[in-house]
Ligand binder design. Structure first.
Ligand code: DX5
Ligand code: ZN
Length: 220
């Protein structure tokens, strides 16, 4: 079994010291930088958009994993692709024509991701698996960093892994929300490939060490 990929979430960084925190991520063993976009409509919070993306792109050497918590994401796919996204996640609940949206993301040269809210069953993805590169399982209700992990997520990851195997899908499983050293090994053992970590990285005394430990979190 390989190590999980780690995607620290910018939402937990210190925005008054953005360059410092981005340098820290550059020096770390992180595999992505997770970039949370919130519109105040799909989720009850507003985070950041294109000016911050532009600044981040200029300083961050890690691929950008963009999580769009917005309604009608199709309106902005091109702008996020041009803005430097490597992966673009749209929410299943926000897409009426999910197949079209995912195909569009790939046409733009990005990896196509689908995020599922905690109440959304994984079975809804079965008929669109060929269009998906990454599935982002929300382990909190999206909108805020620092929330408690929903334990049922472990079963959901197991179920999704079975669905992917049954359909010979190579899509990766990514987990977002309340992820830390206390639950990372269970998630990885259940089949998670990518761990998003906000508070558990930027809130740690030693963020570099926190990232290193998350990468080695397969053992209980
Ligand atoms: C929540 C965001 C998460 C958040 C995770 O809506 O999608 O990416 O930043 O933060 P933590 O790891 O603190 O739960
Ligand atoms: Zn996120």
């Amino acid at each position: 079994m390989t190590q999980p990929l780690i995607a620290p979430s910018l939402l937990a960084a210190d925005f008054a010291n953005l360059q410092r925190d981005l340098e820290l991520i550059n020096q770390s063993s992180a595999d992505y930088l997770h970039f949370d976009v919130m519109d105040g409509e799909f989720v009850p919070n507003i985070s950041f958009g294109f000016p911050i993306l532009d600044a981040v792109r200029r300083h961050c050497q890690k691929p950008l994993d963009v999580h769009l918590m917005i309604t009608q994401p199709d309106r902005y796919l091109e702008a996020f692709a041009k803005g430097g996204a490597s992966v673009i996640h749209v929410h299943y609940e926000a897409c009426i024509h999910l197949h079209r949206t995912l195909s569009h993301i790939r046409e733009l040269g990005c990896q196509a991701g689908v995020a599922l809210n905690p109440h959304t069953p994984v079975a809804g993805l079965e008929d669109v698996l060929e269009q998906i590169d990454v599935i982002l399982i929300m382990s909190v209700n999206p909108g805020f960093g620092g929330q408690s992990f929903i334990p049922h997520t472990i079963q959901k990851v197991t179920k999704l892994k079975q669905l992917l195997l049954a359909n010979q899908s190579s899509a990766l499983i990514e987990i977002d929300g309340g992820v830390g050293l206390n639950n990372a090994h269970q998630l990885v053992n259940a089949g998670a490939d990518i761990l998003v970590a906000g508070s558990s990285v930027f809130g740690a005394d030693d963020p570099l060490e926190a990232i290193r430990q998350l990468k080695n979190s397969r053992q209980p």
